[in-house]
Design a binder for this molecule. Sequence first.
Ligand SMILES: Cc1ncc(COP(=O)(O)O)c(C=O)c1O
Length: 439
Amino acid sequence: MATLDLSAHLKEAKKHGPQARGISDMARSLVGSEILRIAGEVKAFAAQGNKVLDLTVGDFSSKEFPIPQPLEEGIIRALKAGHSNYPPASGVIECREAVRQMFERRLGLGYPVGSVLIAGGARPMIAGIYYALCSPGDKVVYSLPSWNNNHYCTLVGAEKIEVPTRPESQFFPRAEDLAPHLGQARLLCLNSPQNPTGTVIDRDALSQVCELVLAENKRRQQAGSPPLYLMYDQVYWMLTFGGVTHHTPVSLYPEMAAYTIFVDGISKAFASTGLRVGWAVGPTDVIERMSAILTHLGAWAPRPEQIATAELLNNGPAVDSYLAQMNRNLFTRLGKLSGAIEALKGKGWNVDCISPQGAIYLSLKIDLRGKKTAEGKLLRSDEDTRKYLLEEAGIALVPFLCFGLAEDTGWFRASVGAVSLADCDSFQARLTGALEKLS
Ligand SMILES: Cc1ncc(COP(=O)(O)O)c(C=O)c1O
């Protein structure tokens, strides 16, 4: 058959611009990912033959961090057994039951299976929560830096209430920062271990937030108004180290079960970002609406992946040994970066970091504003610092500016999911070399 060349028609259509083409207000106001822009720049720099220590990607190299073998084998087995059709809307029952049991065994939380929804990763769960709870104009509170809450607000037309945080509180919001904003809010979003900071909210800080939510909901119950909900994104919760413990709102205050929706999945804990299995756990009325919404989006997790995830979660020893190795590998890599920063800080450089606590990230401060490069260029911003570190040291980082911050702070995210131990070993020499060239 002869092929019709459509490129001229498509080019002509694009020429008129999104508004003239009738692209919706919402779609036009969605901003592109800054992280992807930086990742593209890093790739282009590496393609010119430069050796880059790429600490930008929030993903894993499958060579450095392979998925659990039982998961791989389970997927292949399930596919060969013919599991190639639509899964049930709320997820394959074995997978929902495995998540339910895992919450019971590992978090001490006794939910019914109706509280568990399975879909294609953590993202659909977040979207489902926003769509199920927020009408246009409703207020959503989250702290900065934050991973993607701004985009989900745009998606549902919610009003963003962004609460800045400080390194002293591990970049988590303090109860007194949140308190003035909760009275009008529909949804409060917390993420721990946190992207981009690699920090874990401590028991006291989380308790205080729960107390605020419970007090607010008591007030609303008396007034007969709908509650304030908490989205608790714990997608990195199995990745904690350095003696840090993950806490949940519902274990601290069981009454929080009525208002908390957990977001979770296999993407991070099992280095399985491309397999797309996530779950939400929460009050059944909210979960049931989320399931209805996600059904229309077709956001199911593939059936073989759900079956294999169920088998993996039911295999406690396999999960334990995989996580032990995963956490060791992450902690060693993050430790090399933080050790280098501590050493340079000790020598008087304006650098800092927060000791690794969880996830695959390290918060590091490299504040070079006001310094001059060997070529006489003044570094004025975090973006200047980022570019300088890439071009001079071959170190690729993501500034916290990409996570909603309005101003430069000198803080960056380093992600170790895609780098080897040897790569991390090169960090100190690379950074030292670049710092020493500044005046
Ligand atoms: C905090 C947080 N939540 C959710 C997600 C999304 O996970 P998934 O790949 O399962 O959609 C990410 C991915 O980077 C994340 O960092």
